[in-house]
Design a protein around this ligand. Sequence first.
Ligand code: ADP
Ligand code: MG
Length: 903
Amino acid sequence: MATGGYRNGVQKPPNLRTSSSFKSKLPSSNARRSTPASLAAADSGCSFIAKIRLNLERFGLLLRILGGKMLLGCHVEEGRVRVAVRLRPQNAEELVADADFADCVELQPELKRLKLRKNNWDSDTYEFDEVLTEFASQKRVYEVVAKPVVESVLDGYNGTVMAYGQTGTGKTYTLGRLGDEDTSARLENFEKCPNSEVWFMQLYMETIQDLLNPANDNISIVEDQKTGDVSLPGATILEIRDQQSFVELLRLGEAHRIAANTKLNTESSRSHALLMVHVKRSVPGRDDEYPLETQNRSSLVGNLRPPMLRKGKLIVVDLAGSERIHKSGSEGHMLEEAKSINLSLSALGKCINALAENSSHVPVRDSKLTRLLKDSFGGTSRTSLVVTIGPSPRHRAETASTILFGQRAMKVENMLKIKEEFDYKSLSKRLEIEIDKLIAENERQQKVYENEIERIRLEAQKRVAEAERNYVEVLEEEKMKCQMDYMESIKKLEEKWTVNQQKHAMNGEVHIGAVNEEVAELKTMLQNETRLRKAAEEEIQKLKTQLLKFSKMELAGGSTDDLSLPEVLEEESRQKKKLEEEVRVLRSQLAQLSIEANQARSYPDSGNSGNPLVGLDCFTPLNHLRSREGSNGERASITNLHEQVGLQKILSLLESEDANVRIHAVKVVANLAAEEANQEKIVEAGGLTSLLMLLRRYEDETIRRIAAGAIANLAMNESNQELIMAQGGICLLAMTAADAEDPQTLRMVAGAIANLCGNDKLQTRLRSEGGIKALLGMVRCRHPDVLSQVARGIANFAKCESRASSQGTREGRSLLIEDGALPWIVQNANNEASLIRRHVELALCHLAQHEVNAKDMISGGALWELVRISRDCSREDIRALARRTLASSSTFQAEMRRLRIEV
Ligand code: ADP
Ligand code: MG
């Protein structure tokens, strides 16, 4: 700022603080902050309206807080009045008049000194802040005198530039044309302040006249009681728009100045001219003084901080001439004028004297000039004074008094004050605009929101309607489908029922037919027997006749062969008795069959109860018991037959040429084999061998079926199992399994093998002779009875294996797995037939008990089935077994962990 600051020879210039220190400090930051709670609400994304309300609230709060602090900056620094002396060059007149005389002053600008000659040999030396010679340019004068003041004004200080001196010494020249060579330099600064206002007036004979409106010629001075600021309420105020308008304005004012001619200089004015410029300047952004969060928070309505405003006032005073009245040659009106001029001037001199001497009383109120310049001398203004002097020795006295005035003025200390204010007007204007914008935005968003709600509502309505429609359609379809399914099922059931009816009827017929056939067979056999008996009786008769003949012969002559005849007779009668017994048995059998045939005719629905083959079902003790109970009568008759005819004989009939006899015999054997008590006898009598032969020899399905059934029954007995194996029974059974087609045959074969599977000792052999493969092969027949036997066999086998493994008598992978049974097992683990399912479930549990099987079981999908069994199996013991098995296998555990399965 103080680029052109004076150097002072009289006393050290006061040490000015730099401009940066003038910056006003803002009120403590919390004065501007909103309450934390309200800010938190703003941050938490409250509604738009709430945000506006919050910001308005915040704004109100801010105004309340700052209400009492409108004037923010009020920094004080010392500022002595600076005084420069300027010497006017000799004018034409002086050149002539003073040609023979030396100038009365000598300037030493580099020393800032001026020497005033007393006489030819003596002079007084004075020091000034600046000594400007007759050669000093206007620009330089501006730089050193006015510029520091102007800059201070723009910074928010008051400033005064004043010219004092005798008329004709260049006051007006100096002030009016300061920087005239380049007007812009002088005025550009004001351009930066678009709101600058200008007063221009003159004080003439203690009257203030408006130079911007000369008609306004009696302006009164008003003093603010509080601040002491003086103002001129009646004066015209013009705004400076630009440099050009300022220049024109000054010219206009100049033109209005009363320029009264004096003897000394016709151009010089006898009035005091005062130009006042009020500058308002907003301080450029000082955001760094605000916490960042405060800035962010107020982003919605912009920054709530009011802009800072600096207000400076510049007074440029062109005083009237300071010469003595007599010298100016004024008369009459002029004299009055001179007095008035001097009244103001002398009052100014007195004030400056008082200030220079720190007098307690400064007679400011003595004149209008001193009242107007109250702030310029002894006030807050930065003041520069130019005292102008002429070179002529003729005006030595005036020059001396001017110099003394300047010297005294240099002693006046001012207290510079910067003035900063918050610009609430512009803030409130800006906020109003912001609020209008926000309200408009809110209304717009509200509308958008309402539209969106409406759209969503319509959309939802549409979707609901659509869903309802679809739902109704689906329901209707579902209903139709259910009805169709229902009809279909009813139809199927009816069909099934009819078929069953027919089947039953046919079964009855077939059965009756078979019984009839048997009856016919027995009849034939009975006839044969009867014939044989008759033949025997005839034979006996014949023999009796012969015996009589022999007796007569013996009586007549005697013979050596007498003893043999009674023996023969005895033999014959034994034979006869035997035959008679047989006939009796056959008769009773025939009677029995006739009864059964009648029963079958009367109860065709009672199914197999009359079928002798029912007994072959008894692969398990339960079945065995039931069948035994179910056909007690039949058994009794067969037992009778067996007792009467003899097992050997029945077995021999198995090899009879007559097919009917064979069938009948095999049936009888099968029934006998169903009785545990007979089994051993049958085997001892070679029945097993004969039965196996039948399997091998006959392609007749019935014989094979019954024979297999008989073998199956025999296979229930452990020692028989070994015999069956020993006699190659497994191969024969496997052969039958491979080529039989009748499900019942397969069922018998599977039952036989299944029984063998339950024998621990036969495991290896059974497998090596193709027993397991034979079992698995039979699953091609999907008959549940067959599958059930296969499953039972597998379960039996698995159980034996498991037992052997746990006893340590066997090692390695299950033979079932080796023979490829696992896929079928896994497939049927959840078979809908509960019997099959149970066997398979048990088989899986047994297999799983051995770690060697675990890997195959996992890869074969058996783990899933085991898990299912452990969870869902309806039999608690199997469920527990599965759980135990899974828990005890580390391989399964690891896999389950991997698959995140919990049991
Ligand atoms: P004042 O206002 O003090 O009565 P003026 O400014 O009217 O004096 O100056 C009187 C005359 O002197 C004018 O003609 C002016 O042009 C001339 N003058 C004053 N100072 C200078 C200067 N420094 N250089 C040249 N001419 C000057
Ligand atoms: Mg003048």
